[in-house]
Design a protein. Structure first.
Length: 310
């Protein structure tokens, strides 16, 4: 039997902020909890399964409280409260990230990873620096997919510098696409782990998700996008500046890398090392440093990292 409930929103200006432009906030709540929402004459009607309606009502009251205390509401706040409510209903960690794989959440496993997720939610530009196996790329991709699923962004752009680490591009067979593909493979793997198999190709072909070498970013301005630069320790200072200035309206950028594994030519300064001094203490920019304590791969990876630090 269909269950109904209502919320009174009498102030028109308050309602406009709560509902969002073209009702996009309401659509997020509707789609997240699979209910029907009808707004009419200061009354918001909720209809669906009782549990989902009750949870949705709680979410909307929390959003309304933000509107009344701050006079504004953005998509990130709506997404965050939806995720917290869904996880609480399922007995999950509120930080669990809802991606495109049905019934599956990506979760932080260390304090450092939890700080990383919070930084991405609360800042438009985040730098995450740490050793291999700490989840830098994986968690960034999960957050990007969650933002795409909730409608906060219209596309995801994943980039990597194609810098040789022992072999030369020219020695590899095939055209330029075939040559750079090995450098981009870790990004494809992360995506494939969080999207049902049948949809990966669809999203890539429709450009909802774009994976490309860093050099292909020049000259672009990316609005309403979630942009990830992986292996950023292999960017030069000039390349880092070029990349960061691609940031457009409504976009979020996450830059990841390991400054102990720089493959640039001798004497070439890493843009990831350089940027730590240039952009420190700027609002809406966060630096997160993960350590060997945040390594979540095979337990031997931490021992290997320790051995190379001797």
């Amino acid at each position: 039997m269909t269950y109904q409930n209502t919320i009174n929103v009498k102030d028109d200006s308050e309602a406009a902020i709560l509902y969002g432009s073209h009702d996009r906030h309401l659509r997020l709540v509707r789609d997240a909890f699979r209910i029907q929402l009808v707004a009419r004459q200061g009354l918001l009607k909720l209809e669906g399964e009782k549990e989902q309606v009750d949870t949705s009502k709680e979410v909307l009251y929390r959003l309304l409280a933000i509107v009344r205390s701050t006079g504004k509401l953005d998509m990130a706040e709506v997404e965050q409260i939806i995720v917290e409510a869904k996880c609480a209903a399922d007995g999950e960690d509120y930080q669990a990230i809802d991606t495109f794989k049905k019934g599956s959440f990506v979760k932080s496993k260390t304090d450092g990873q939890r700080k990383y997720i919070d930084a991405i939610r609360n800042n438009d530009l985040v730098f995450c620096i740490g050793p291999a196996g700490t989840g830098k790329t994986y968690l960034a991709v999960a957050m990007a997919l969650s933002a795409l699923k909730c409608g906060r962004v219209k596309k995801i752009v994943l980039a990597r510098p194609a810098v040789e680490a022992g072999e030369k591009l020219g020695y590899l067979p095939g055209d330029i696409k075939a040559k750079v593909n090995p450098y981009l493979r870790p990004l494809y793997d992360a995506i494939a782990d969080m999207i049902d198999v049948g949809y990966v190709k669809k999203y890539l072909e429709s450009d909802l998700i774009e994976i490309l070498p860093l050099a292909y970013m020049r000259g672009r301005t990316l609005n309403n996008a979630f942009i990830i630069l992986d292996e950023a320790q292999n960017c030069t200072v000039k390349q880092m500046k070029t990349f960061l200035t691609r940031l457009g309206h409504g976009s979020k950028v996450v830059v990841t890398g390991d400054i102990t594994q720089v493959d640039l030519s001798p004497g070439e300064v890493s843009g990831l090392i350089d940027v730590q001094d240039r952009l420190v203490n700027i609002d809406n920019i966060a630096f997160i440093y993960l350590t060997k304590c945040d390594i979540v791969r095979h337990k031997l990876v931490q021992d290997i990292v320790d051995a190379y630090e001797l």
